[in-house]
Design a protein around this ligand. Structure first.
Ligand SMILES: [Zn+2]
Length: 475
């Protein structure tokens, strides 16, 4: 994950957002001889916040290592990363244990120029060092994920958590959050994990699910044919669905890790911990727990709302002061998640790359308007059908629910004479059904209630209509 610092991990260059290539560089991030790195304090601060959010142990002392390998996007010939003394150890998010969190620098960006963009008459790769040295936090989990669906669900929770922390813009399409998935199979009943492969750099929830599914199928086929899985790093092509090998997986010793002699160890003091704690906001898992405990929401509703900050902010805005509110929180939650959000269309709302579509706060429906709509519904001043029609109008044009109810004549009919008269008419028109209800078949009431609803244009309350029908039939 790319950290949202102002400058790079070990130099003062500003992070690049689409500037012309190689304009955000300096001797440090270009790896020129004699230059010296300095660790970015803000990146360490963000690292501590991530560790706190994941319940990790914050290492009082951590050090940077050199991870040696040659590649044209790595001018020093090594990446500064953390190895056996990372910033954060252990932890848990949801049902998945965290192994470690460490800080490192990103490599530069290589672009392979094919036949269309040949340089000096030949295929080429061009390199942009703007990205080189961008601060990254790598979060490594324990092997606790059991299915492609669980992987993408968990990543969504992680992404929401990181976004709420404000440590990253977590934009997957732009590569601020990318995922390497390690995959291994084991025979049923065995507790030993098989040889694993790694799918590199996936940057969409959908591709992650598809990639993992494809790799499981590939391994299954090999194992069932009596073959062996080779430990390697793989690439999943979302376009063709193909999995190709990038390289055989290196072992740690291939990288010749050794402590970075140009950087001091990071010693975490009391002040740094206090500063990180002061910047923490309530995180999705804690918010869901609070919704369940304090508002009595179902576990499902709690997670549905809390795992999308924009939904829970909207919900809490509509609910207002809990101590004074007369709204039943569960009913309001149902109307936010079950009625309003689906009406806003699915512009990437669930599971696709951004997950920021159908955000009610950018709709025409003010939180206060939804609250008064639900209030009218709960007070039985409008029927459910009428409330849905009001919501349609609110979504399309905004406005005040009471005015819409008045303008469209949607106020509920109370159980007075008018409704009783309509019920009597419906009984007369459905004599057969009325007889069956009288004979003890409650399901036969359907056509009678249906006619009342049609005649009242949905303004009558279904429960009240059923009560009146039974009363008039003497059931
Ligand atoms: Zn630089």
């Amino acid at each position: 994950m790319q950290l949202a610092t102002a400058t790079k991990m070990f130099c003062g260059c500003e992070l690049s957002f689409g500037e012309p290539p190689n304009t955000r560089t300096c001797p440090v991030c270009l790896g020129l001889p004699g230059s010296l790195p300095v660790a970015n304090a803000r990146a360490v601060h963000f690292g501590l916040m991530i560790g706190m959010a994941l319940g990790s142990e914050l290492a009082p002392r951590s050090i940077f290592h050199r991870k040696n390998y040659f590649y044209p996007d790595l001018p020093k010939g090594y990446q500064i990363s953390q190895y056996d003394e990372p910033l954060c150890l252990g932890g848990r998010l949801g049902e998945v244990r965290i192994h470690r969190v460490h800080l490192e620098e990103d490599a530069a960006k290589l672009t392979h120029v094919g036949a269309s963009g040949r340089i000096h008459g030949s295929d080429a790769s061009i390199v942009d060092f703007n990205r080189g040295g961008t601060p990254l936090a790598e979060i490594v989990t324990e092997p606790d994920v059991r299915s492609p669906e669980q992987a993408s669900e968990w990543l969504k929770l992680l992404r929401t958590t990181l976004r709420q922390l404000g440590v990253s813009d977590v934009n997957m399409q732009e590569g601020s959050l990318r995922c390497d998935a390690n995959i291994s199979l084991r025979p049923v009943g065995s507790s030993e994990l098989g040889v694993k492969t790694e799918l590199k750099n996936m940057n969409s929830f959908r591709f992650i699910e598809r990639g993992i599914r494809a790799e499981i199928a590939r391994q299954e086929k090999i194992l069932q044919g009596g073959g062996q899985i080779i430990q390697e790093t793989l690439h999943f092509d979302p376009g063709s669905g193909a999995i190709t090998s990038l390289r055989s997986k290196e072992e740690a010793h291939d990288y010749r890790y050794f402590p970075e002699p140009d950087l001091l160890p990071v010693a975490i003091g009391r002040q740094m911990i206090d500063a990180a704690r002061a910047d923490m906001s309530e995180l999705p898992a804690a918010r869901a727990e609070r919704f369940e405990r304090e508002l009595g929401l179902s576990a499902e509703s709690s997670q549905l709302l809390a795992f999308r900050a924009e939904l829970s902010d909207y919900f809490e805005g509509a609910l207002g002061d809990v101590a004074k509110s007369t709204l039943p929180p569960q009913t309001l939650a149902n109307w936010v998640a079950g009625e309003l959000v689906p009406r806003l269309g699915d512009a990437g709302g669930d599971g696709s790359e951004e997950g920021a579509g159908n955000d009610p706060s950018s709709s025409r429906v003010e939180p206060g308007a939804l609250a008064s709509l639900v209030e009218m519904l709960v007070a039985k001043r409008i029927s459910v059908g009428a409330a849905r029609r009001v919501l349609d109008t609110l979504v399309a044009h905004g406005g005040d629910p009471q005015e819409i109810v008045d303008a469209e004549g949607l106020a509920a009919m109370d159980g007075g004479d008018e409704l009783a008269g309509i019920v009597a008419g419906a009984l007369a028109a459905n004599a057969d059904a009325a007889q069956r209800v009288r004979e003890g078949n409650p399901k036969a009431i359907g056509p009678i209630v249906g006619q009342v609803m049609r005649e009242t244009k949905g303004r009558a309350d279904g429960t009240e209509v059923a009560r009146l029908v039974n009363e008039q039939l003497g059931v």
